[in-house]
Design a protein around this ligand. Structure first.
Ligand code: HEM
Length: 456
């Protein structure tokens, strides 16, 4: 280890003893952006007794995630705090050699050609969901999208399709995520209320029962369906990658949790943004009408739908479901003239970096046109990282890109959802950026397309 004196960039003094803990906990979105505006590219805030470093420049994102990932692990992976309390030893919450080996093992299940084969299931389930919708009625779009994305992930990755189980599972995830101790990796131990703790434990039990039943059923049939679960079970038999039942459980849980929570947020926020930007909506509807003419989208249609892709890319910039990532340094490191000590926690925030005026020009505008290659906008590597970057980039990225496009296109074939009158849209920045009160939307029929659909 280096003997050079360590130094950290300046930041707010905060309150005696707790520093900026309250800002960090109660209004992190505003706090993070204020830090960048006040201190520039780097800042240090005391969260309780702990200094937390914030790095806001695209080159910093590259430094941590792409150029030096081996020096930075995730908070909680060593101590068992934070997300690890819930997800155990799944891919999101392991590090080092263990992570590299397990990632190699499951990677084939997420290769493009394999993910592409899920397209028909994605569209079919989306169609089934909207068939239950009635024009003019109001639905909680966040719950609808949660149910739909959960159904898709459990069917495609684990070959399970039970409507009742999916509903129970959705509720259990909601309870665990809203009452979870996920913040404690950085802020120290939070004592949840007794009732929150009890609810959380019940939710976690429901999820555990689901996952262990899934493993037991597949063992009983002994069938190799080539899906993620088959891969994990096959690895268990093989000495090199041997895994315990608990490890398989943790992987399954991680894929289900990570695979639906972020996708449902993407869809809720994108539908919300489209309801607030009539010009964008009209342009998207025109593209869908020209290319699909009212029929359901297929994988082969996607290259002909660039505006759909741009709308989703822009929604990921504007309201990133993963709004911040954290890392802990294994060894001291040098960055921008500071000599930062080992064990420092660093926050990298999509919420801030996706909104830097010198990179994006007009970040406050929701403008899918910026993703058009002809637009002249250049986006430096590290400025846009909704899925992370480097060796730990989201393994489910191709899955999410396919799913969100197909689902959005399918919904718009029949409905143009509008924010319900009186709806309160408020951020709830937990593990993901959720809408705190759900997303009540009125289901206006897509009059332009209904005649065409009837002909199909
Ligand atoms: C819009 C959808 C999604 C977003 C925005 C998203 C975002 C992210 C981000 C930012 C990371 C990196 C976290 C870090 O390095 O600290 C990540 C990792 C991960 N994501 Fe996703 N994700 C999405 C969908 C999915 C899906 C559909 C799956 C599974 C089917 C999935 C499974 C995972 C897993 C297992 C990891 C850990 C990868 C590793 O560390 O090797 N995600 N995701």
């Amino acid at each position: 280890m280096s003997t050079a004196a360590t130094s950290l960039p300046p930041g707010p003094k905060g309150l005696p003893f707790i520093g900026s803990l309250l800002d960090f906990q109660r209004r992190p979105l505003q706090f993070f952006r204020d830090l960048e505006r006040t201190y520039g590219g780097m800042a240090t805030a005391m969260v309780g007794k702990r200094p937390v470093l914030f790095c806001f420049r695209p080159e910093h994102i590259r430094y941590f995630l792409v150029e030096n990932p081996r020096n930075f692990i995730k908070p909680g992976t060593a101590t068992g705090a934070g997300l690890k309390l819930f997800l155990g030893d799944g891919l999101l919450t392991i590090d080092g050699e263990q992570h590299r080996q397990q990632r190699r093992l499951v990677q084939p299940a997420f290769h493009k050609h394999r993910v592409d084969s899920y397209a028909a299931t994605m569209t079919r389930y989306a169609q089934e969901t909207i068939e239950a919708w009635r024009p003019g009625s109001v639905v909680n779009m966040a719950s609808e999208m949660q149910y739909l994305t959960l159904r898709i992930i459990t069917k495609t990755l684990f070959d399970v399709d039970s409507i009742e189980q999916t509903r129970q599972l959705g509720h259990a995830f909601d309870v665990v995520i809203s009452n979870g101790p996920q913040r404690s990796a950085i802020m120290g131990r939070l004592i949840p209320s007794f009732s929150a703790q009890r609810e959380r434990e019940e939710g976690a039990r429901t999820i555990d029962t689901f996952v262990y039943n899934l493993i037991a059923q597949r063992r009983k049939t002994g069938q190799d369906t080539g899906d993620v679960l088959s891969m994990l079970l096959a690895a268990q038999k093989n000495e090199a990658g041997a895994m315990s039942d608990k490890q398989i459980h943790d992987h399954v849980l991680t894929f289900v949790a990570a695979g639906h929570e972020t996708a449902q947020n993407t869809l809720s926020w994108t539908l919300y943004l489209l309801s607030q930007h009539p010009h964008v909506r009209a342009k998207l509807l025109a593209e869908l009408q020209t290319v699909l003419g009212g029929r359901l989208p297929t994988l082969d249609d996607l290259p002909a739908l660039p505006y759909l892709e741009a709308v989703i890319n822009e929604a990921w910039r504007f309201y990133p479901p993963a709004w911040r990532q954290a890392r802990i340094a294994i060894e001291d490191f040098e960055l921008d003239g500071y000599h930062i000590p080992a064990h420092t926690i660093t926050i990298l925030s999509q919420w801030v970096v996706h909104n830097l005026p010198d990179v994006w020009g007009d970040p406050e505008n929701f403008r899918p046109e910026r993703w058009d290659k002809q637009s002249g906008q250049t986006i430096p590597q590290g400025a846009y990282f909704p899925f992370g970057l480097g060796p730990r980039i989201c393994i489910g990225m191709p899955f999410a890109q396919l799913e969100t496009r197909l689902l959005l296109a399918t919904i718009f074939q029949r409905f143009v959802p509008q924010l319900a009158p009186g709806a309160r849209v408020v951020f709830q920045p937990l593990v993901t950026l959720r809408p705190r009160y759900g997303m009540p939307m009125r289901l206006d029929a897509n009059d332009m397309l209904i005649p065409a659909l009837q002909k199909v």
